[in-house]
Design a protein around this ligand. Structure first.
Ligand SMILES: *Cc1c(COP(=O)(O)O)cnc(C)c1O
Length: 379
């Protein structure tokens, strides 16, 4: 060997030991201890019969979570954005009119991704903190005649919850597919994929499902599957092509990419916790802790940015009082109390804090802890 090994980057970092943070920002939330335990389970191969069983159970557990019977219901290997991109990549053919409802940052991301897949993107916008009314959507659909209407259910940037009921019927009337982002809401707030006639729904693992990030469920209903089958062109994203992915998740279980085995164990356990608790109890728990938090804020003289009837229980935007440095307060919560909350961005930069009460973290004791810590650090 004539080459000399370069040792310049051969550092000796200490053994990993992360601070014990309570994650009350817009995500990730803390995973349930049982989920972390599942993550550490011994590995098998991604085509091992034991793993195929895990996959089949996961798909069935996901149908409960989504409240649907859709055959195409799988987790994507990647974060919520990967499921967002998978949903759009599979459903868009160049030139398709895609109408995107923008009530915050994630609507903009949908529009950006849709444009990259060649969609003719039209948008309908509301200021951050507000939502789209059904009659506004009727007018927009009549005007644009889109093949897809894309909406964000829980808009994490603003803290508003977009009502979805009634929009599915509108879309069916106009032969348009309804796509909904539930990354910050599914598992925490009522959502009925079948009953609300939503064709495409995706979520992430690390918010109300309380599983570490890196795996992101989605579901495609029959109308979306038909559009997929009738495509003239191949899906232009190979990794996220559902035709290929379903040959792995369904029969004949052929290799496409190596599934992140341990992340799937973790998601299965997180979903098992959801079925144990039951969706009704889980939704009630999220609402109760959010209401407790909102009442506590009021006692501290703080107000919420979003009107009560539009507020997202899983994520609250809290108005920063005049003269208070939002960053400094969040920094003190992190450094002195090990509590993570986030600031606002875009039009809400410096104006709000974003507080998540998601999944396992949506509990009374966490609300009490945060309120008391806030009381101590606020001037
Ligand atoms: C967090 C979030 C995403 C993106 O998910 P990542 O896991 O960060 O990729 C998309 N949409 C909404 C509404 C979100 O809150």
């Amino acid at each position: 060997m004539t080459q000399k090994i370069n040792d310049a980057h051969r550092i000796q970092p200490r053994q990993l030991d992360m601070p014990p943070r309570l994650l009350l920002g817009p995500g990730p939330s803390n995973a349930h201890p049982r989920v972390l335990q599942a993550l550490a389970m011994r590995q098998v191969g991604h085509l091992d019969p034991a793993f195929l069983e895990v996959m089949a159970e996961e798909m069935e557990l996901l149908r409960y979570l989504f409240q649907c019977d859709n055959e195409v219901t799988i987790p994507i290997s990647g974060t919520g954005t990967a499921a967002m991109e998978a949903s759009l990549a599979n459903i868009i053919e160049p030139g398709d009119v895609v109408l995107v409802g923008i009530i915050g940052y994630f609507g903009q991301r949908l529009a950006d991704i849709a444009a990259r897949y060649g969609a003719d993107v039209r948008t309908i916008e509301k200021p951050w903190g507000q939502v789209l009314e059904l009659d506004e959507l009727v007018t927009a659909v009549e005007q644009h005649r889109p093949s897809v209407l894309a909406l964000v259910h829980g808009e994490t940037s603003s803290g508003a919850c977009q009502p979805i009921e009634g929009i599915g019927e509108l879309c069916q009337e106009f032969d348009c597919l309804l796509l909904v982002d539930t990354v910050a809401s599914l598992g925490g707030i009522p959502f009925f994929t079948n009953d609300w006639k939503v064709d495409i729904v995706y979520t992430g693992s690390q918010k109300c499902i309380s599983c570490p990030p890196g795996i992101a469920p989605l579901t495609f209903g029959p109308r979306a599957v038909r559009k997929l089958e009738q495509r003239k062109l191949d899906v232009s994203n190979w990794y996220l092509d559902l035709n290929l992915l379903m040959k792995y998740w369904g029969n004949p279980h052929v290799y496409h990419h190596t599934a992140p085995i341990n992340s799937n164990y973790a998601l299965r356990e997180a979903l098992r916790l959801i079925t144990e608790e039951g969706l009704a109890a889980r939704w009630a728990r999220h609402l109760e802790s959010a209401e407790l938090f909102w009442q506590g804020l009021e006692r501290l003289g703080l107000s919420c940015y979003v009107a009560p009837e539009l507020r997202l229980p899983s994520l609250t935007t809290v108005c920063v009082p005049e003269g208070v440095d939002a960053k400094k307060i969040a920094g003190r919560l992190l450094n002195e109390y090990n509590i993570e909350i986030a600031g606002g961005f875009g039009p809400l930069a410096g104006k709000v804090w974003r507080v998540g009460l998601m999944g396992f973290n949506s509990r009374r004791e966490n609300v009490t802890l945060l309120l008391e810590a806030l009381r101590q650090v606020l001037p």
